[in-house]
Design a protein around this ligand. Structure first.
Ligand SMILES: [Zn+2]
Ligand SMILES: [Zn+2]
Length: 137
């Protein structure tokens, strides 16, 4: 288990997160595309207690997920970078945006979710294709 430093684009928000194996889960869901303006987001799922906000106050945006339960998105109110999401249906776990973590460019892709929503030109990139899920497992 290692601790990684994260920050938003403008650096008003900083945080740390503990990760067992630094890697990304790519999410291709429509909410990720619309909210982030890209084909996918880079994420990792961490127990609530392994995330620590160091600096700043996060804004919150809530929408109804596929289950109908609320998904709370926590972001920097200044630069709008999303730091983590909390899908209440998944319990006390946060979905941290790993692209905001130091060193994240070096990390491998561990899994891909919502591949049914892939853009036509977007290939599945995870090496182990059994880790590419049509929906979130
Ligand atoms: Zn910011
Ligand atoms: Zn998503």
């Amino acid at each position: 288990m290692s601790t990684f430093n994260g920050a938003c684009h403008c650096k008003e928000i900083s945080y740390t997160v503990k990760l067992e194996q630094p890697s990304h889960i790519l999410c291709h869901c429509d909410a990720c595309k619309e909210i982030n303006g890209g084909e996918f987001t880079l994420n990792q799922v961490v127990p609530e207690g392994d995330f620590q906000l160091i600096k700043g106050t996060l804004g919150k945006y809530t929408y109804a997920g596929d289950s109908g339960n609320p998904v709370h998105c926590y972001f920097c109110p200044n630069c709008t970078t999303h730091i983590y999401h909390h899908q209440t249906v998944k319990g006390p776990f946060y979905i941290v945006r790993t692209a905001t973590l130091e060193g994240a460019k070096e990390w491998p892709v561990a899994a891909e979710v919502y591949t049914k929503n892939l853009a036509k030109w977007q290939p599945i990139v995870v090496d182990d294709k059994s880790k590419a899920f049509e929906l979130a497992p």
